[in-house]
Design a protein around this ligand. Sequence first.
Ligand code: ADP
Ligand code: ZN
Length: 678
Amino acid sequence: MDKPSNKGPLAPKNNPRGNYQLWVILGTIVLVVALMVLNNAGSLKETDMLNFKAMVAERNVKKVVLIKNLEYVEITLKSQALQNTKYKDELERGNAMGINANGPHYKLNIGSIEGFEKEFAELNKKLPTSEQIQYNVEKRDDYVGLFFSWGLLFLVLIGFWMLMRRMSGGGGPGGQIFNIGKSKAALFDAENKVKITFADVAGLDEAKEEIKEIVDFLKTPTKFTKLGGKIPKGALLVGPPGTGKTLLAKAVAGEAGVPFFSLSGSDFVEMFVGVGAARVRDLFKQAKEKAPCIVFIDEIDAIGRSRGRGQMPGANDERENTLNSLLVEMDGFATDSGVIILAATNRPDVLDSALLRPGRFDRQISIDKPDVVGREAIFKVHLKPIKLEPDVDVKKLAAQTPGFAGAEIANVCNEAALIAARRDKKAVDMQDFQDAIDRVIGGLEKKTKIISPEEKKIVAYHEAGHAVAGWFLEHADPLVKVSIVPRGVAALGYAQYLPKEQFLYQTEQMLDEMCMTFGGRAAEDIVFGKISTGALSDLERITKMAYSIVTVYGMNDKIGNMSFYDSKASEYNFNKPYSEATAEKIDVEVKRIIDGAYERTKQLLLKHKNELEIIAKELLEKEILFQSDLERLIGKRPFEKLTTYQQFTNGSMDKKEEVKPEEKAVENAATPEEKTAE
Ligand code: ADP
Ligand code: ZN
């Protein structure tokens, strides 16, 4: 079919709003021009006092009207005077409508009314009584002035009105001005259905189990209400970013086949008063219309922060109002309305307790960063669409990505595919994945970053120092990989560790950790006799740890079992909860701990200087070393301690699958510890 021509009579009005605006503008222009023309047509020939006196002397003036408020005089000539070519030519020139016989004909601006009246009376006196000039005083409306004052206002109003139309018209970037009280929730319903199911969510078995019940509620509510049970109103998904909270909520909607509203807590926040509360109400109104449905509020801590905490007095009443209206709405809708609220946060500790009490988010589902088994499962999900070489080993990938959340794993898979494509490969191989992991950890490889050989040597010894220190410290996390390929903005190298999944740290563990972090600087000191600025982030970490040993965990003899940490503290609390004397003691103790750790690290590295040399040399040559390389070069770690992973697989808590021997070093990860050194 031919496309309809835009010129034809049936051509669609492609942009009615644009046309209509054009009309308004055109209309305004026409109005202005018309007013000016009209004004001009009515305007009189101007004359001056001298001419006026001449006119009077020649007895040509019939009538004079003083327009008092505008300070001018209208002069009407006698009809026989109009025949006089002197006036006729002058009056006809530039006047298409011809001479108006009735006048007025001339206009004379006067300086002062009294002055003119005096002068005019004198002129009139000179004339014979029969030829006295008619004299009137009038008031006139000033159309021109009126136009300029009111018309301009009118124009401004029109402009303003048009602006508002545009803003409320949606589409445009300012489209929300009139919809400001509307919720910004994105709706996925029958038309744009959520196609994510539980199969797309890897790992998270416990969370899935919990949340499957919610799907059942939505599918067959009567099954539960029949026995008198109440359907939960909401569930709170708690976990670090990127662990799949949104994904899980979407899967619930996908499985239950119900509409899904998705929005973020910050969508409620606006600088206008009352907007947040209005949006909450609007959201619930929409949700009730679509019930049964799921409302997902991401980052609920943006509004759900406990009231009156961490703020200046009276600073954020608006957020408080928003939270209150959320609470009211959650209480307001009946449990059988079929609306289930899922919310996600990574800071459950800052949430207002009112949100967490039963009847609101009665369930808390915690979602942690995946362990090695979980990572393997997530890799499998994201590897599905990728063309792989046979050498890609999912288990190895999972082992090399401790501390990665689902989002980062998805990112690695995507990066690997992109890297392989850039290299014109037919399929993605292990090397591409390795590079992708490096890239996700450290940022872009800086091929162009030129490092002098001396600098490179310093970096190599620095990283080797971390590696060796970690290797021979019983409580330090074992190393996964150390790299001196320059990456990202500042990092010249990094070492990646496998943190144990543990929640309690003993003093020795903290001290060992500090020593390992000191490994870099100590190695530089020992080998070169000089230190560099490359240890900045190491030192920052060490200092923080030392202070927390003393002031937070009460692990120091001199200070005693005291913690100055206040979980309820406001962010604007500048008062230290201890005296100056204690502050001095704290500083002394912190320095003692740090100095001690440094001395210990130095002794350790001096004892293992051979190993340090071996690793640094190898690192200079290969740039990247893995744990297996370290074992090959300097032997196994001299500790017989079971790793967390072995404990899991051998002990009574055995619930994970078998681990192959070469993987036993892989433990459940908490966070990836990347130490960078420049
Ligand atoms: P969160 O809401 O917790 O910040 P998301 O749910 O938005 O994280 O996760 C971001 C992305 O990470 C998802 O789109 C998905 O590709 C990936 N992802 C995260 N967790 C998983 C998982 N358990 N299984 C599969 N993919 C996951
Ligand atoms: Zn370092």
